[in-house]
Design a protein around this ligand. Sequence first.
Ligand code: SAM
Length: 166
Amino acid sequence: MCREVDPEKPQCILELGAGTGPVTEVIRSRMHPDSHIIAVEIDPELHAIVSRRCPDVDVVLGSAGDIDDILDERDIEAADCIVSCLPVPSLPKEVNRSIFDAWSRRCRSEVFTQITQIPWYFMPMYQRLFHDVEFQLITMNLPPAGVYHCSNLRSDYDAPERLAGK
Ligand SMILES: C[S@@+](CC[C@H](N)C(=O)[O-])C[C@H]1O[C@@H](n2cnc3c(N)ncnc32)[C@H](O)[C@@H]1O
C-alpha cells in the first residue's frame, strides 16, 4: 500500500477511507519526516479513533468524493500520491466518478493504489477503469489480501458501464 510513499522525499499523501488508521500508521512510519498526510474518513466514530491514534495527522471527517474541496481548503494544488482503502465497488457511481476525476487532475503519481480484502475478485472492475492494473497478493495478511496498482485511466472511465461495481 505504501509503494508510492517515498521516505526520501517530502510529499503530500492523501489516504482515502482511513478507518481506524492501520494504513495511516504505516504511511506515517515510512514517509519522509516533512511529508504531510491528509486522511479522509466518512464515519465520525472511525474519524475519532484515527484522530486519537495518529494525533499529528490531518484527519478529515468527510467524503473522498470531495477531494477538490479538501485540497482547495488547504491551498494544495495536487497530492503526490493517493492511497485508497475505500470500498470502491460499493460506492455510488457519482462518488467514484468524482474520485477518479480528481485523481487524474490532482495527483502527481501515475499510480492509484487500492487495497482489497478479496484477492483478484475485482480485477475486471479495475481493468474496466484503467489500462494497466497490477495485482500484488499479500500473503502475510490474514486472510491473504492484496493491492491493485492502477495506472493509465481510460478516457471513457466515467461511462456508466465502466463504473459499475464488480
Ligand atoms: C475497508 S475500510 C478500510 C479501513 C482501514 N483503512 C483499514 O485498512 O483497516 C473502508 C473505510 O472507508 C470508509 N469510507 C467509505 N466510504 C467513504 C467515503 N465516501 N469517503 C471516505 N471514507 C469512506 C469507511 O467508513 C471505512 O472506514
